[in-house]
Ligand binder design. Structure first.
Ligand SMILES: [Mg+2]
Length: 217
């Protein structure tokens, strides 16, 4: 199998939940929303609403905010790239993979400004061969098309196989499997009730990188 490794971004290569907690505390503090607000925002985030617009509609209603939903969401997208970081060991793991002859890509759902900002600010832009963002391409995981774009940008054909690593059972594992890739699921105990059948289950992306390296030796 060719050495193609595709990774999800949020809560796979970067700790989005950790960054979200910081954002929630900042947001609550700046707007003087009270002691319970940050916890409420974090709990709402766990509900995994279908879209951030739906999230901010609930936030606006709950705190009777004057700002339009679109502005709240824009402010969030502008801030988040500054709150996320990629652990040095993850950046090193990716560069070790590439040194061993792997092609490495990011396949992520989200708006162009937010996802691109995070990829650039974390240094991941220099640690991978290519990325495919749903907000730019107009296709979302689990659609195979987004995996195809990432593979092509890495200079290879998706039909020749590879790996997908991610935390979302449907978008990453279901999507990766449908794209003909072997899959490593990062189990964050966050998706009760979702069906999935990954080839491997780990709790951290570093373990996934180790599996890839061993599998193709
Ligand atoms: Mg994710």
């Amino acid at each position: 199998m060719q050495r193609l490794a595709l990774f999800d971004l949020d809560n796979t290569l970067i700790d989005l939940d950790g960054a979200f907690r910081i954002w929630a505390e900042e947001f609550a503090e700046t707007r003087a929303l009270g002691r319970e607000a940050a916890g409420w925002l974090i709990a709402l985030n766990r509900e995994d609403l279908p879209h951030r617009e739906a999230f901010f509609a609930r936030v606006r209603e709950r705190f009777a905010l004057p700002d339009p939903v679109e502005e709240l969401w824009t402010g969030y997208r502008r801030r988040m790239p500054y709150l996320v970081h990629c652990r040095l060991e993850v950046l090193t793991g990716l560069s070790d993979l590439r040194a061993a002859g792997w092609l490495v890509g990011i396949v992520t759902n989200g708006t162009a400004d937010n996802q691109l900002g995070k990829i650039q600010r974390t240094g991941l832009v220099d640690a991978v061969d290519a990325y495919a963002l749903s907000g730019i391409e107009g296709i979302r995981k689990p659609d195979t098309g987004l995996f195809e774009i990432a593979a092509r940008r890495c200079g290879v054909n998706l039909a020749d196989g590879g790996w997908m690593v991610g935390d979302h059972p449907v978008a990453d594992i279901g999507g990766g499997h449908a794209a003909g890739l072997r899959t490593v699921w990062i189990d964050r105990r966050a998706w009760p009730g979702h069906e999935h059948s990954p080839d491997y289950v780990v709790t951290d992306v570093i373990q996934a990188i180790d599996i890839l390296r061993d599998a193709n030796e």
